[in-house]
Design a protein. Sequence first.
Length: 341
Amino acid sequence: MVVDLRSDTVTKPTDEMRKAMYTAEVGDDVFGDDLTINKLEELAAETLGKQSAMFVPSGTMGNLLAIMTHTAPGQEIIIGKLAHIYRFEVAGYARLCGLGAKIVEETGGILSPDDIEENILKGSNIHQRSTGLICLENTHNFAGGIVSDADMMKQARSVSKKYNVPIHLDGARLYNAATYLNTDIKNLTCAVDSVMLCLSKGLAAPVGSVLAGSKDFIRRARHNRKMIGGGMRQAGILAAAGIIALTKMTDRLVQDHENARMLAEGVEKLDGFDVDLENIQTNIVMVDISVKDKDTSNINDILKKDGILISPLSPKRLRLTTNYHVEKKDVEYVLDKISKI
């Protein structure tokens, strides 16, 4: 028995996805000839409330292309200290886009409009670069799956409009946010200029993300995608699974959230394991360890022997992420094994 709680990226395609991939109509996507890619991109644009969308191999590439397309070398992006783009995407904004970054301390995974405004550079000082982009994240991974609601997004938008600085949303798990808020996903994208959505996390597609924005933005982003090696050929095989992800897998995310809540409440009852239950909103559970003579590396090794895979984030903090393959009985099994540590 294996219960994989390392991430929701570990999900494998459903039988329906595999069949759709096998029978997908394909062509050369660089020439715009892959009908399945085209169908996915049209569906994604409509779903996210944007004029156009583009399929990319990964969320990291989607974020990089958004940053590259919105900005000019020498500018600066505003980004949270715990943001995935800053912590886990190898500083592509610096190396490949020639950008600086203003790192802002989030409050519970959320950049306040005051913090954003305070850190915008207008470029009027000859000694300063200008702010080219505001980067937000929803849900916020490293903060534990925290959600920004529509009002928070609109407040950020009011600042961005005031200074004419665009907003890009790292919406890798945006459907988890929409599920938690019980709202249409468009209510979370209408305040941003571009959004990246992962198909390969909770939505269980094997590969891929979509980047959405205006027609002109996606036209320029497509040019940049080709430049960094993201032009694909018969990729409709992958897009076919993405279509199933968007049409069949969004409603079931509530199950992941329920399982995460069950897991969090069970772990919190155990001596030496602390969970902030107020922060359990979606499918990510952050656990702080105070077990005598043990750190997350030890606990990782112990649980691995029982077929339980986790993500140690630091010596005293680990992450548990529920996903399509984790059921209630799996949560019960995990809690039983953790209780014996």
